[in-house]
Write a protein that binds this ligand. Structure first.
Ligand SMILES: NC(=O)c1ccc[n+]([C@@H]2O[C@H](COP(=O)([O-])OP(=O)(O)OC[C@H]3O[C@@H](n4cnc5c(N)ncnc54)[C@H](O)[C@@H]3O)[C@@H](O)[C@H]2O)c1
Length: 450
């Protein structure tokens, strides 16, 4: 597979792709037209943000199997058109999410503690303590909009600060143990510090405008490490002037170009930008939240891993009928004459954190998501295990219940009853050859956390 490396990246990217068997060619100087002219020689291209990959480019890339973006978002690529052409799209948010989480935290701590202002004052011979009295994060509510890779990373970093972390997302059920998902109204009612982590799309474009800001009940601080276009800077400045927004940490600016060119070249600065530069209520950085020594390595490694997984993995050779079935034990259920007595015994002697249902054990699955296993004693006259006559029943967690049931049906496995759906997941029951009734559960563990 011949791969064009269109930007400079960590050298491991080239070395490891070559170890996989790719022939890599580096060209980070030719312009887009020159690259378009030769792109049909390549099966893969690895790019950061040097130019857009649009329809015209894709039409010329007749042999392309993948486009890998060494970064989080894919907005510089015509994703729909590339997909239509059967081109795999690879991005690497896993590589810079930790950096973004730490940067967002660093920015707000810097603003709360006047570090930028105080540092400059000391360098100018001023020792002003009362003027630089800081604020603490403890007890504040942090509202995150967009709870994906970056939002989750920020919420994880906030653990230990004794803050209340809530999020709003256009997708349902994204909340986890670090952050409770709420409606936009609730977020606007409770937030003290708003942090944006949305990708560029129609809804996030110009999202933070005067009307949106007015809907916040309290004065608040803003952090934007997502995309500059999410905030109308004129409206932000108006809100800073009236103190509705008390301060802003901006790693991204509305005025940035996609290619991250120097903002100060050949341009008179917009008025609002001039205000931000002079204000002590702002902390600014040049789109570097995801830009660390470590993320350079992690981004490159993530791209290599994903190329390997998609094009060189042995698992590709697995038969198509193989898919992830059971992912863990979801429950241990057994009969007893006296469930309440037994729960008390397990609580006293084994420290079980019991409730009406028994005890829930929490652990992390292979995707680092919180997962639970239920331990429950049932009254001995229960018919929940029937038609099995056994004293126990196991519950297994499954990745895709409907797909698994369809496969089991083909294999002649006995099904008991119909699928049942609850806000904490889908359930179905089967019998094994020993007559044991098995409960299959496609879980939604987050429902237990809300
Ligand atoms: N400053 C930097 O250096 C830097 C680095 C990496 C990523 N980013 C930015 O962070 C963005 C998010 O990256 P990610 O990897 O977390 O993306 P992601 O796709 O993993 O998560 C984005 C989340 O936002 C939600 N969402 C989308 N539009 C929304 C809207 N209008 N309102 C509410 N929720 C919405 C999605 O449902 C998703 O859960 C990137 O697109 C990029 O713009 C910046």
């Amino acid at each position: 597979m011949k791969v064009l490396l269109a930007d400079k990246n960590h050298p491991l990217l080239k070395t490891q792709l070559e170890n996989l068997g790719c022939v890599c060619e580096e060209d980070d100087t030719s312009n887009k037209i020159e690259i378009e002219a030769k792109i049909k020689q390549y099966q893969g291209i690895v790019i950061r943000s040097r130019f857009d990959i649009d329809k015209q480019f894709i039409d010329k890339a007749t042999n392309l199997k993948f486009i890998a973006r060494v970064g989080a978002g894919l907005e510089s690529i015509d994703v729909e058109y590339a997909k239509q052409k059967g081109i795999e799209l690879i991005s690497a948010p896993e590589g810079n999410r930790n950096a973004v989480g730490e940067h967002a935290l660093g920015m707000i701590l810097s603003l709360f503690n006047n570090l930028k202002k105080a540092d400059l004052e000391i360098r100018n011979g001023k020792w002003l303590r009362e003027d630089n009295r800081g604020l603490e994060l403890e007890g504040k509510t942090i509202g995150i909009i967009g709870y994906g890779n970056m939002g989750k990373s920020f919420a994880k970093k906030l653990k230990g600060f004794d803050v209340n972390v809530i999020c709003y997302d256009i997708l349902d059920n994204v909340g986890d143990e670090n952050c409770k998902q709420v409606t936009l109204n609730e977020l606007q009612e409770k937030t003290d510090v708003l942090s944006l982590h949305t990708p560029f799309n129609e809804l996030s474009h110009n999202m933070v405008n005067t009307k949106f800001i007015r809907n916040f009940k309290k004065q608040f601080f803003l952090i934007n490490t997502a995309r500059g276009s999410a905030v109308v800077t004129d409206d932000l400045v108006k809100a800073l002037k009236t103190n509705k927004i008390l301060g802003a940490c901006l790693d991204v600016l509305e005025y940035e170009k996609l290619s991250f060119e120097n903002l100060f070249e050949n341009e008179t600065l917009p008025k609002a930008f001039s205000y931000l530069i002079k204000s002590n209520k702002t902390v600014l950085s040049p789109h570097i939240a995801g830009w660390t020594v470590e993320s350079k390595i992690k981004l490159a490694q993530t791209i290599v891993n994903k190329v390997e997984e998609k094009f060189f993995s042995k698992s590709l050779k697995k038969s198509k009928s193989e898919f992830t079935k059971v992912t863990g034990i979801g429950g241990l259920f057994f009969k007893t004459e006296n469930p309440d007595m037994l729960k008390k015994w397990y609580k006293k002697h084994l420290g079980f954190n019991t409730d009406d249902w028994g005890c829930t054990f929490w652990w992390k699955d292979s995707n680092e998501k919180k997962a639970s296993t239920q331990w429950s004693p049932f009254k001995s006259d229960t018919d929940y295990f029937s038609p099995s006559k056994k004293e126990f029943m196991f519950n297994y967690r499954v990745a895709d219940l409907k797909k698994l049931l369809a496969q089991l049906k083909k294999e002649g496995v006995t099904n008991v009853g119909k699928i049942e759906e609850y806000d904490y997941g889908k359930f179905a029951w089967i019998l094994d050859p020993d007559g044991n009734k098995i409960e299959l559960w496609e879980p939604l563990d987050t429902a237990f956390l809300n």
